[in-house]
Design a protein around this ligand. Structure first.
Ligand code: NDP
Length: 283
């Protein structure tokens, strides 16, 4: 039976470290603020935004929520981004994605000041991640790295396979593993012999978006298996890309869904906001 990686516990530890640092900053008169912008009423986005507000409260940040109607125009949204860019009380700006179809994510993100782009989606921050000179961490991949670290597994020299090559997860994940000196393979929907490639991995990260696709025959005995996927199974229950029941005997370490990578993403967002705040206040 694999060791189950407790994402909730690791996330709680990271947030507690942030809370203590924020307490120290407050004693010096430094307040940190995160602005969260949500457009429309997508139910999943509402939940994510609520969780982000709760996390801000838990670590001691000021949170500013801007809930805009679904019919908000690009001009109106850009005007808000511009206002937040100039607001000294706002250290981080997060525009919840996806935006309604008539709004272009790219245009909006490109207009967030890179030093307030705590999601690390702005091309400047993406480029910095590529060259390994970054202050903002790509949230989900950085959360995955914390989970790997929590197992005591050294990434250097290990065979690492990432399934998925999205700009938000797969690609930055591969970069972070590479920066830690892993030998990294990125796979995707056109990869041949996916099972065989995955079965080479000492560290396997699945970010596909296909319920329970990764079965025991994809994994090497004793591998660290990290499941980024958030899907619904045939009964509408939340599940990952990894078939947990099938893989749990063979893996060395495995993340559950829920309770694995999910809680880490928000913890890393809090970390980025702290970094932004410290930079803005010259701490
Ligand atoms: P995308 O849909 O943007 O990317 C999915 C990737 O998986 C693509 O690169 C695609 O390949 C690849 N893929 C699809 N089918 C296969 C297949 N059969 N074999 C191999 N590769 C395949 O998704 P995201 O990266 O945004 O998200 C992935 C999953 O992670 C989703 O379930 C999402 O909900 C979850 N997620 C969870 C987060 C968290 O906080 N826990 C945060 C972000 C995402 P190709 O490029 O060739 O199309």
């Amino acid at each position: 039976m694999a060791n189950i990686i407790d994402g909730k516990a690791v996330s709680a530890r990271v947030k507690e470290e942030i809370r203590q640092e924020v307490e120290g900053l407050k004693a010096k008169g430094v307040e940190i603020g995160l602005a969260v912008v949500i457009v429309g009423d997508d139910p999943a986005s509402q939940v994510y935004v609520k969780n982000k507000e709760k996390a801000c409260e838990a670590v001691g940040f000021n949170s500013f929520k801007y809930a805009l109607p679904a019919e908000t125009t690009e001009e109106e949204l850009l005007a808000l981004v511009d206002k937040l860019n100039k607001d000294d009380k706002v250290d981080g700006i997060l525009v919840q994605l996806p935006l309604p179809k008539h709004l272009d994510d790219k245009i909006i993100i490109n207009n967030i000041r890179p030093d307030k782009d705590v999601d690390a989606f702005h091309p400047v921050n993406v480029g910095k991640i590529m060259i390994g000179d970054y202050s903002f961490l790509p949230c989900t991949p950085a959360g995955v790295m914390e989970l790997i670290k929590s197992t005591g597994t050294e990434v250097a020299g290990k065979e690492c396979v990432v399934i998925g090559r999205s700009n938000i997860v797969g690609k930055p994940q591969a970069m972070l593993l590479l920066h830690e000196n892993g030998t990294v393979t990125i796979t995707h929907s056109k990869t041949k012999n996916l099972k065989e490639v995955c079965a080479r991995a000492d560290i396997l990260v699945a970010a596909v978006g296909r319920a329970k696709m990764v079965t025991a025959d994809y994994i090497k005995e004793g591998a660290v298996v990290i499941d980024v996927g958030m899907n619904r199974d045939e009964n509408g229950k939340l599940c990952g890309d990894v078939d947990f029941e099938d893989c749990k005997e063979k893996a060395g370490y495995i993340t559950p869904v829920p309770g694995g990578v999910g809680p880490m993403t928000i913890a890393m967002l809090m970390k980025n906001t702290l970094t932004a705040g410290k930079e803005h206040h010259g701490v």
